[in-house]
Design a binder for this molecule. Structure first.
Ligand code: NAP
Length: 282
C-alpha cells in the first residue's frame, strides 16, 4: 500500500489560521502587532525567494514584516551595527538574518549578536541551551515544524527509534534535541558523513528524518517497512526541487512520508511566525 502523504501545506495553513486568531487577540488586548524583520545581504536568488515567502506568510497571518537589505559588499561592522540597532528598536520583536551571508562576514559573530529575546530562528547559544534543557524560549523552526507534522498526524514517538540524518546546527542537532525531550521520548540516533553502515542504521528507524542536502540520498532499501519518513532536504535538480529521499521508492515502503516541496518547508515558515508572536509577548 502506498504511504500516506503528510501534506505540510494544508497543516501549515491550519496552523497559520490559528496563529492569525492569536495575533488578532493580542492586538485587541495590547495594541501590539508582532513585527518580524528580515536582514538580507546581497542577492542570493534562493534567499530572495525565502524572504519573500516569509513576508507573504507574515502578511497573511496579520504580522508586520519588513526587510533590511544590505549590498553584497557590506562589511561585518555595518551588519553588526544594523543588528544592534534592531536589538534596541522596541517596535521590532523578531530578527531574522537570512543565511548564507557573504563569505567575508563571520556568520557566527552576527548570529550571536542578535538579542536572545528577538532570536526567532533559535540560533543563539542561550536559546539552544534552553532548548537542550527542556525549557525553550523559542523552538528551532524546521525541527519544530517536523514535530508539528508528527503531532498533527498522531505519529507515536515514545519509545520509537528515530534516526536523524545530518548534524547541522540548523536542522540535525536541534531535531535530535526535540525528539529526545521528555514527553516526546524517542530513542534517537544521529548520523553524519562519518557514520559507518549508514543504510543499516537507517533500516532500524521507525521514524527516519533526512537532512543531508544530497538529492535522493535515502534509497528504498534504506527504509524499514512501515517507517515514517520525513524529508527535510531541498535540492535543485534542473528546474524542479527534490528532497533527500527517493520519494517514489520510499512511498512504496513507508507508512507515511512528506513530499518535497510541500512537506516540511511550509511548516518551517509557520514556526517562524509562531516564534515572532512569542517574542512579541516576552
Ligand atoms: P548542512 O549544514 O549541509 O548539513 C548536512 C549534514 O548532512 C551534515 O551534518 C553532514 O555531515 C551530513 N552529510 C553530508 N553528506 C553525508 C553523507 N554522505 N552521509 C551522511 N551524512 C552526510 O545542511 P542543513 O542546513 O542541515 O540542511 C540539510 C538539507 O535540508 C538541505 O537540503 C537544506 O536545503 C534543507 N533544509 C530545508 C529546510 C526546510 O525548511 N525544509 C530548512 C533548512 C534546511 P557532517 O556534519 O559530517 O559534514
Amino acid at each position: 500500500m502506498a504511504a500516506v502523504v503528510i501534506d505540510g501545506k494544508i497543516i501549515a495553513e491550519q496552523f497559520r489560521t490559528e496563529l492569525a486568531k492569536e495575533v488578532r487577540q493580542l492586538a485587541a488586548a495590547t495594541d501590539v502587532v508582532p513585527h518580524l524583520v528580515a536582514v538580507l545581504v546581497g542577492h542570493d536568488p534562493a534567499s530572495e525567494v525565502y524572504v519573500r515567502n516569509k513576508e507573504r506568510a507574515c502578511q497573511k497571518a496579520g504580522l508586520k514584516s519588513s526587510v533590511h537589505r544590505l549590498p553584497e559588499s557590506a562589511t561585518q561592522q555595518e551588519l553588526l551595527r544594523l543588528v544592534r540597532d534592531l536589538n534596541q528598536n522596541g517596535s521590532v520583536h523578531g530578527i531574522l538574518v537570512q543565511l548564507p551571508l557573504p563569505r567575508h562576514i563571520d556568520a557566527v559573530k552576527i548570529l550571536d549578536a542578535v538579542l536572545p529575546a528577538k532570536d526567532v530562528d533559535c540560533f543563539h547559544p542561550e536559546n539552544v541551551g534552553l532548548l537542550l534543557q527542556g525549557r525553550p524560549r523559542f523552538l528551532p523552526c524546521t525541527p519544530a515544524g517536523v514535530m508539528k507534522l508528527l503531532e498533527f498526524c498522531r505519529i507515536e514517538t515514545a519509545g520509537r527509534h528515530a534516526v536523524v540524518l545530518g548534524r547541522s546546527d540548523i536542522v540535525g542537532k536541534p531535531m535530535a534535541a526535540l525528539l529526545m525531550q521528555k514527553g516526546v521520548d524517542a530513542t534517537v540516533t544521529v548520523c553524519h558523513s562519518r557514520t559507518r553502515e549508514i543504510a543499516a542504521v537507517c533500516r532500524q528507524a521507525d521514524i527516519l528524518i533526512a537532512a543531508v542536502g544530497i538529492a535522493e540520498f535515502v534509497k528504498g532499501d534504506m527504509i524499514k517497512p512501515e517507517a515514517v519518513v520525513i524529508d527535510v532536504g531541498i535540492n535543485r535538480r534542473g528546474d524542479r526541487l527534490v528532497g533527500d529521499v527517493d520519494y517514489n521508492a520510499a512511498s512504496g515502503i513507508a507508512s507515511a512520508i512528506t513530499p518535497v516541496p510541500g512537506g516540511v518547508g511550509p511548516m518551517t515558515i509557520a514556526m517562524l511566525l509562531r516564534n515572532t508572536l512569542t517574542a512579541a509577548t516576552l
